[in-house]
Design a protein around this ligand. Structure first.
Ligand code: HEM
Length: 478
């Protein structure tokens, strides 16, 4: 792609390129700082590779078009590709296993399927509440991102594969989570273009990386074998579908190595992003007491004064403001911060930038979600941007936290059902009190999460619930 006409950051260095200000530990945030003032499209050159970033809604609408562009397994996804190959998330568009797995697994993500997961999601959310109750009694802080990761890991393990990690039974993360985090970090550093010296340093941990991979594969194989041998109940969950279903058109089935890779993919894709979304949502609510009060009024109105509501499946879509809080949290800090798109044929973007077939760009979501042409006062946290009907007044491609087209997130409904219920229950039960000295820091692995964000929780009492409800109703009437 000829990038000469595309704006790039100042201070381009010979050979190295646009690396001044780039941080290997926080590539997304440091890239954002470099390109945010350059307009809807920009380019960074890093060691000879041109990284073209799209951050404007009009250009995003073009690259989101599945007829002109396809998913590209680019820089950010290569680490995961090293680990899980052509599984659903990391398959290139044309790879046969993508269509096969997509069609086999689709029934596991319908609204009806969510109904089947609801009770398990609720059980796990209750385990989070029990653990936070204990912290509240002891006056101890909770580490929000760590506990949300327990919640989402446990949820995908139980609903997807019938496996209990026992995440809330131990103080330390499950060994699978520790191994997975290290494997992804290792893969990330080993594909990073700037880090030859770090790669050398990493060679020392190659053995540990192999041990981590073995641990993950063993656990997954044990879960699969137990199901095959009938030692665990047969169910229509993700694993059941993969083991039993043939493709309706071709009759092909997924081979055992691919099933293992899909399980690991779902473990990774199915928990980090949702956990980050919940953590950011709580962070924003603690900074915006008026939004917190409205969200609490909404759950109180639905679930009443009692301490232990039992949410029905149909309650969850009724929590519209809680959902708007999550939507807005994902606008400001989309936990999967971007996606890569490659031209299917030679094409011209925005009427002036020529791309040859195979040339790729990255849609950087924190930029797209702040496009000033679409989002007034873009840095302000305002869940009302997602009030009923508001989305219809915006261009469709201005908000894409779950990706786009046929490669958009298959787990979107799953994530939202799980997250709205968990956040609703937390808000119904506690006053979340942040450390007043906390400034948002964001940690980057494959995804974004608030770092070091802790809360002290106090239990709400029934009388407060009705008072909140009246206050919010009064406020709404004013
Ligand atoms: C808030 C939570 C989530 C966010 C923000 C999110 C975001 C995304 C995004 C942006 C993509 C597209 C990536 C690309 O084009 O390269 C994607 C794909 C995917 N997501 Fe999610 N995701 C979330 C939750 C989940 C959950 C809970 C699951 C599984 C239960 C899941 C499974 C997947 C899979 C398998 C794909 C690949 C789909 C395909 O290419 O066919 N995600 N997700």
């Amino acid at each position: 792609m000829d990038t000469a006409a595309i704006p790039h950051p100042p201070h381009r260095l010979p050979l190295l390129g646009d690396v001044v200000g780039l941080s290997p530990r926080r590539p997304v945030q440091s890239s954002l700082r470099l390109v945010r003032d350059l307009g809807p499209i920009s380019v960074r050159r890093v060691l000879g590779t041109d990284i073209v970033t799209v951050g404007g809604a009009d250009l995003a609408a073009e690259v989101d078009d599945d007829r002109r562009f396809a998913k590209h397994v680019g820089l950010g996804l290569r680490p995961l590709r090293l680990v899980v190959g052509d599984a659903l998330f990391t398959a290139e568009d044309g790879e046969p296993n993508w269509r096969l797995a997509h069609d086999i697994l689709r029934p596991a993500f319908t609204r009806e399927a969510m109904r089947g997961y609801h009770a398990t999601m609720l059980d796990v959310a209750r385990e989070l509440l029990a653990s936070w109750d204990a912290a509240a009694r002891a006056g101890a802080e909770v580490d929000v991102a760590a506990d949300m990761t327990r919640l989402t890991m446990e949820t995908i393990g139980r609903t997807g594969f019938g496996h209990r990690f026992g995440s809330f039974e131990h103080d330390r993360p499950h060994p699978f989570v520790t191994a997975m985090t290290r494997v992804l970090r290792f893969a990330q550093l080993s594909v990073s273009p700037t880090l030859v010296s770090v790669r050398r340093l990493l060679a020392g941990s190659a053995r540990r990386n192999r041990a981590d991979m073995d641990l993950m594969n063993r656990l997954v194989d044990d879960v699969i074998d137990a199901r095959r041998r009938g030692e665990t109940p047969d169910r229509d969950d993700l694993l059941g579908l993969m083991l039993r279903t043939a493709h309706p058109g071709t009759g092909r089935t997924l081979d055992p190595v691919n099933i293992r890779r899909q399980v690991i993919t779902f473990m990774v894709a199915g928990h980090e992003t949702t956990s980050g979304a919940l953590s950011f949502a709580l962070y924003h609510l603690t900074r915006h007491p008026e939004a917190l009060a409205r969200a609490q009024a909404e759950v109180d109105a639905l679930w009443g004064q009692g301490d232990d509501p039992v949410p029905a499946f149909t309650d969850i879509p009724r929590l519209r403001y809680v959902r708007a809080v999550l939507d807005e949290a994902l606008r400001l800090w989309p936990t999967a911060p971007g996606y890569f798109r490659a031209a299917r044929e030679d094409t011209v973007l925005g009427g002036r930038y020529r791309l040859e077939r195979g040339d790729w760009v990255v849609v950087m979501l924190p930029l797209l979600h702040r496009d000033p042409a679409v989002w007034p006062d873009p840095e302000r946290f305002d869940p009302d941007r997602f009030a009923p009907g508001a989305a219809r007044r915006r261009p469709a491609h201005a908000y894409r936290p779950f990706g786009t087209g046929q490669r958009a997130c298959i787990g979107r409904q799953f994530a939202l059902h799980e997250a709205v219920m968990a956040l609703g229950l937390v808000l119904h039960r506690y006053h979340p009190v942040p450390d007043p000295g906390y400034d948002l820091r964001i940690t980057e692995t494959l995804t974004l999460k608030p770092e070091g964000f802790r809360l002290t929780l106090t239990r709400r009492v029934p009388a407060e619930r009705s008072r909140d409800r009246v206050d919010a109703a009064e406020e709404a009437a004013r």
